[in-house]
Design a protein around this ligand. Structure first.
Ligand code: NOJ
Length: 745
């Protein structure tokens, strides 16, 4: 047997049992037997996570003796350490330590590993849980083959402010959709059960309310009522716990003056208490030490005390635990039981991953090559990318473009871009060609017929004010039957620490659009971005618009699939698109107010702006198809239900256009009178259905007490008797059918 056994196991073996017998023991017993043999310093080592020197995703602290610390058992985990070879070499160091406790390798595998998938916000727009799960599965397959045990994903932060650069990393604005996506991503990364060779541990982050940073400024404070926290920001985290997520990450922000990292209410009372979470919590990068800057603790000694007491088990990169916990225990400030609890949680996961049986089981160079070169992964990425593209406008059915169009002008700074398609969290896998990206040019070229003349001009850069390329672009456009213009953000304009106060299309790209528009040729605009941008002029004047986000390795093929009709777009926005920054925060599930907004600017009578519409440019749930759907025959099983009964709702959808297509049928509810005012609309269910041209289907929804409940005045989850509006629509602002029902006492 070539497995390396930990010291504890060797001792146990010698005493009483064979290795196989030990493997049969419940993990909790195996954890205890290891814990029993550990010194305080070794225990604290398990709570310490360092960055590898290869790359960094935060402010670096240089450690000349990292290797020595690892072989002394002073480090429990490394992040940003990739590849079977590199992870193996660090693991070998850990195996030199007295206890031979394996390292955990963590990595931000956010939207793919080698095969890059669409950014999470884009994938969320697919409303397709199977696709989202599959994308996480492929990422887990590749990452685990590259030695990774743990991804810092999914980010399940609700986000309603597109100035915040990290809107790209979550599932948008809605707690119901966000919760389903949290579950799908956790299940995708972790598979059925931890320990599978193709899966990694997931990490629900950032706990909590990080997405509500004031002003959309990353890392900023959050000021939030308990009700908003429970109703809107916590549900996706709870869904992740229910799906069996292995770990949580706390967050950089403070909530109402208490940093999340040192927040007992969040981590001990809610997460580990009320929700019974048995995994472990890691801090965000340096966030334990940053509590000094917040002004909540005086020094690093107090920071370590505050974080460990509040329930943060592992310290990412701040070194506060490593340098202060021994002293804190000796000073009787931190009970040993608290340290043991944190270590136990971490060891438990190392056992579940099978690392005590074989610390190198994920460091297999042969398997790595196979997984990273699996052609199936590109095919899946292409499908998921096509499902993430949102058709925002299609005047006179300009799209799909015919593959036999005589001349197409493909213009813009993103047409031939490579890396830009990958989005913020792309990963440079060592030894692998990470320029493995199908450009938009290549994708379109592959798709059109041999007779089509495809012309190109860059026009301008993404940023800057240089218009030298405009003349060439206009001359190319004039020769074409149709213009396709690809513009947007650079991939690193949204992401961590990428907040923007102006969220228009950068540089002179909108001016380029105006010049092209003046040619009078039909124009399709592709907008590539990590957040909702504001582009009112283009929205008003382009003939067709596809919001392509950042789609990953297969961007070019997926865009071509949609442009030329091989895939009929089906995505719907998971986040509201404002008309101007002044409208932010803007989201569909708002309250009615005492002077409800009607859209006319009659002040004193309604909650509106003098200088701006109250309506968004594109609402949550909005997205077009090349075909059309008619909704009919809304039926409710009863006009009244008791709280132990289920209301059955059925509706018929017909594809009345000439293309096969998919529709996301959305069900919203409004509780008309509540002890706490309820939003004018809340998404409570949806169904994504495929219909052939001319086909119709009847779909059913079930409404039970759970869907009618909310946090009442005492913050208890309960349903109150009374009347409800039920709305079925193609978008939150396109309700096609309505009815009412009553919940009885
Ligand atoms: C900071 C980010 O907030 C977090 O999401 C990420 O996982 C860590 N850095 C590690 O890269």
């Amino acid at each position: 047997m070539n497995f390396k056994l930990s010291l504890s196991l060797i001792i146990l073996c010698a005493n009483m049992a064979s290795f196989a017998q030990i493997q049969q023991k419940p993990i909790s017993q195996r954890v205890d037997s290891v814990l029993l043999l550990m010194t305080l310093e070794e225990k604290i080592g398990q709570l310490n996570q360092y960055n590898d020197d290869w790359t960094a995703t935060g402010p670096v602290t240089v450690d000349s003796d990292k290797a020595k610390q690892i072989s002394n058992g002073q480090v429990g985990s490394l992040l940003n350490c990739l590849g079977a070879e590199r992870t193996r070499s660090w693991q070998e160091k850990a195996m030199q330590s007295r206890m031979k406790i394996p390292l955990l390798f963590g990595q931000d595998v956010i939207h793919g590993y080698k095969t890059t998938f669409p950014i999470p916000l884009a994938e969320a727009c697919s409303w397709d849980m199977d696709a989202i799960k599959l994308s996480a599965q492929v990422a887990a397959n590749e990452a685990s083959a590259g030695g990774i045990h743990w991804t810092f994903a999914p980010m399940v932060d609700i986000a309603r402010d597109p100035r915040w650069g990290r809107v790209m990393e979550g599932a948008g604005e809605d707690p119901y959709l966000g919760s389903l996506i949290a579950k799908a991503r956790v299940q995708g990364f972790q598979d059925e059960k931890l320990g599978g060779i193709n899966s990694v541990m997931a990490c629900a982050k950032h706990f909590a309310a990080y997405g509500a940073a004031i002003g959309g400024r990353d890392y900023n404070s959050v000021d939030m009522s308990d009700r908003l926290l429970w109703e809107t920001y916590l549900p996706p985290f709870k869904a992740a716990v229910d799906a069996g997520v292995a770990t949580f990450m706390n967050s950089f922000n403070d909530i109402n003056g208490v940093p999340a990292t040192g927040n007992t209410y969040l981590q001990r009372d809610i997460l580990k208490g009320k929700w019974g979470f048995t995994g472990f919590v890691v801090s965000d990068w340096g966030s334990v030490g940053e509590m000094i800057n917040h002004g909540n603790v005086k020094n690093r000694y107090e920071a370590a005390l505050c974080a460990i007491t509040a329930g943060c088990d592992m310290d990412m990169e701040s070194r506060c635990y490593k340098n202060n916990l021994t002293q804190l225990v000796n000073d009787n400030k931190v009970p040993l039981a608290l340290i043991d609890d944190a270590v136990r949680r971490i060891l438990q996961k190392k056992f579940e991953l099978g690392l005590f049986d074989d610390p190198y089981r994920f460091c297999n160079a042969e398997r790595e090559q196979e997984a990273l070169n699996n052609p199936e992964h590109a095919k899946i990425a292409r499908k998921v990318a096509a499902k993430s593209i949102v058709l925002l406008k299609n005047e006179n059915q300009l799209l799909p473009v015919s593959k036999n169009t005589k001349t197409i002008a493909f213009i813009g700074p993103l047409v031939k871009a490579l890396k830009q398609n990958k989005g913020f969290w792309d990963i440079e896998v060592p030894g692998v060609d990470s320029n493995f990206i199908v450009s938009q040019w290549e994708g379109v070229q592959n798709c059109v017929s041999a007779a089509t003349k495809l012309l190109y001009a860059k026009g301008c850069d993404i940023e800057g004010d240089n218009k030298d390329g405009f003349a060439e672009a206009v001359s190319v456009a004039k020769q074409a039957d149709v213009i396709i213009l690809s513009i947007g953000e650079k991939r690193d304009m949204s992401g961590e620490a990428r907040s923007r106060s102006k969220i228009g299309i950068p540089g002179v790209q909108e001016d380029l659009f105006k010049e092209l528009l003046a040619t009078g040729k039909p124009i399709v605009v592709l907008i590539n971005a990590g957040r909702p941008l504001v582009f009112n002029f283009i929205a008003g004047h382009a003939n067709a618009i596809l919001y392509t986000w950042w789609l990953g390795s297969e961007a070019g093929n997926a865009i071509a699939d949609v442009l030329f009709g091989d895939y009929n777009p089906s995505a719907k926005l998971a986040i509201t698109f404002p008309r101007s920054v002044g409208q932010i925060p803007i989201y569909y599930s708002h309250f009615n107010t005492g002077r409800p907004a009607t859209g006319d600017a009659n002040h004193h009578q309604n909650s509106s702006y003098l200088d701006e519409s109250i309506f968004p440019e594109y609402a949550f749930g909005y997205g077009l198809s090349y075909t059309s759907f008619v909704y009919s025959d809304l039926k409710l099983s009863s006009a009244k239900i008791k709280s132990n009964e289920t209301l059955e709702v059925s509706v018929t959808i017909k594809n009345t256009g000439k293309y096969d297509g998919e529709e996301i049928v959305q069900l919203y509810l409004r509780d008309k009178v509540g002890s706490i005012a309820r939003p004018t609309k809340e998404l409570k269910d949806f169904s994504k259905i495929a219909l052939k041209a001319g086909e119709s289907k009847t779909i059913k929804f079930a409404i039970d007490k759970e869907k009618l409940s909310f946090y009442n005045q005492k913050l208890e989850w309960a349903a109150e008797p009374g009347d409800f509006d039920l709305m079925i629509g193609a978008s939150s602002d396109d309700i096609r059918l309505k009815d009412t029902f009553e919940l009885l006492n």
